[in-house]
Design a protein around this ligand. Structure first.
Ligand SMILES: Cc1ncc(COP(=O)(O)O)c(C=O)c1O
Length: 480
């Protein structure tokens, strides 16, 4: 590394040649590439190209081709990931529906959603989460639970994060049909950040647009062969007020978006449209090989299991993304294994948890990567000490007292975790794992939350907790 150029020198020496990646971005080697990053950099001053935020010229044409390929009526390209796209969509919906907007959401929301909900003052109710403690994963709510939630809350927007991080998907088509039969005016918004590849393969869960949802966002950089930051918003005609969506797009997108990133989205669309099906099929087979190698290894027996997609489908969801390999460790730390893989072998995993490691089979991976990784796991697991601490059970009952934006603006105080029972949270508490909020601002802190936080302190080496006091001694609550 050149200390005068700490960032540039690392990249110019080639990230690809040194690491084995099981993480995003998943970019196919033959995706059409943007050339001449410096030579061709240009701004909206070059009027004849059109303007991305006005959706004119070549940008409009590329958006139209994408809409067709991704099965939507309309598409807009984004350069601030699904984070930026979620903000755009929620701002648009709030402006469209005004103070009457009420949203029902699954609890596995990304923080862009919880922050936008506060900033745009969107009244939101969360469905009690399903957390599978034995596997340490979030499982989708059932369609019946969603319907019950809609009846109870009288929400006019339904937000579902689908698929989950681990690739678990609900039966979207059935969900859409059920919601429409209940109330045809409800807007169905799917955070499909993890499903940018779904439209191109029958082996994947059905994508939001083809299932008949109203609007969705996708991170093309995750598994859709796009560069980091690239995303798309897709929507179908009918319930979305285009004027407000375009207003949000114009207002929140930088006035100088990188045309390279926008052009790379055009390349991702082209590749996925023409070669996506075959490329995804290869990933599914490689992931199967990975799971088989783990599950038939004598050295990993009873210590390490690659979770079978069929088991997930039978027990927790309608469909799952078979390109994800969730490796569960019996009594060994996922964090420790992931660190050993990275430090000793430069094997980069997507994420780790108390007893899990998630590998995403990307377009860059090969059979040799599988062999190298399984051999590394076999070597390292032998050296690891079994854990003595066990991961606590995740509380799954939500009691909302006020909206998160009200709690955010209320007078607050800090109390010890012990004293917090019955108080209203004035901060979000998000333990990783599971990466879903234990408490959101405005919710009542219950004994189960306090026990969970106390247990967490004992297992601190297994996880991190995102809260103001990182030592997990105190919590911010609304002053009484
Ligand atoms: C469900 C979900 N939505 C949105 C995002 C934000 O995506 P991006 O990183 O493209 O901004 C993520 C990121 O991981 C996510 O998991």
């Amino acid at each position: 590394m050149n200390t005068d150029l700490p960032l540039l020198s690392v990249f110019n020496n080639g990230i690809d040649s040194t690491i084995t990646r099981w993480c995003t971005p998943s970019i196919h080697p033959s995706v059409p590439r943007v050339r001449g990053i410096y030579e061709n950099d240009i701004s909206i001053s070059y009027h004849s190209l059109g303007n991305p935020s006005m959706n004119t010229g070549i940008f409009k044409k590329a958006n139209e081709l994408a809409a067709k390929a991704y099965g939507a009526d309309h598409t807009l390209f984004g350069v601030n990931g699904s984070t930026g796209s979620n903000f755009m969509v929620l701002r648009a919906l709030k402006n469209q529906l005004g103070p009457k907007m009420k949203m029902l959401a699954q609890r596995n929301i990304h923080k862009s959603i919880s922050v936008a909900v506060e900033d745009y003052q969107i009244e939101t109710e969360y469905l009690d989460p399903h957390y599978v403690d034995s596997l340490q994963i979030f499982a989708p709510n059932t369609i019946e639970e969603v319907l019950e939630g809609l009846k109870r809350s009288r929400a006019n927007v339904l937000l579902v994060t689908n698929p989950t991080y681990e690739g678990l998907s609900t039966d979207l088509k059935k969900l859409v049909k059920t919601v429409r039969a209940f109330d045809k005016n409800i807007i169905i918004f799917i955070d499909e950040a993890w499903g940018a590849h779904f439209p191109f393969s029958k082996e994947m869960p059905l994508c939001a647009m083809k299932a008949g949802a109203d609007i969705c966002v996708q991170s093309i950089h995750k598994q859709g062969s796009g560069l980091q930051q690239t995303s798309m918003i897709h929507w179908n005609d009918g319930r979305i007020d285009v004027t407000w969506l375009k207003d949000s797009y114009k207002s929140l997108m930088t006035t100088s978006p990188s045309f390279h990133m926008l052009a790379s989205l055009d390349g991702s669309r082209y590749f996925m449209e023409h070669e996506g099906e075959e490329a995804i099929s290869r990933l599914v087979k490689l992931a199967e090989t990975f799971r088989d190698r783990v599950n038939t290894s004598a050295k990993l027996k009873e210590k390490v299991t690659a979770i079978d997609c069929e088991d997930l489908r039978q027990n927790y969801c309608a469909h799952s993304d078979a390109t994800k390999v969730l490796v569960h460790l019996e009594g060994f730390s996922g964090m420790e294994l992931a660190k050993r893989l990275e430090e000793k072998y430069q094997i980069i995993v997507e994420k780790y948890e108390a007893n899990n490691v998630l590998f995403i089979v990307t377009f860059q991976n090969t059979k040799a990567d599988v062999e190298k990784t399984v051999a590394a796991i076999e070597t390292e697991i032998k050296k690891m000490k079994p854990q003595t601490n066990h991961f606590p059970k995740f509380p799954n009952l939500i009691k909302k007292k006020m909206n998160s934006f009200q709690a955010k603006l209320a007078e607050k105080e800090s109390v010890t975790i012990q004293e917090a029972e019955g108080r209203v949270a004035a901060e979000d508490v998000v333990p990783y794992p599971p990466g879903i909020p234990l408490c959101v601002k405005g919710e009542v802190i219950q004994p189960a939350h306090i026990n969970y936080l106390k247990e967490l302190k004992k297992t601190k080496e297994l996880l991190t907790v995102v809260m103001v006091d990182e030592s997990v001694q105190t919590i911010k609550v609304v002053k009484e």
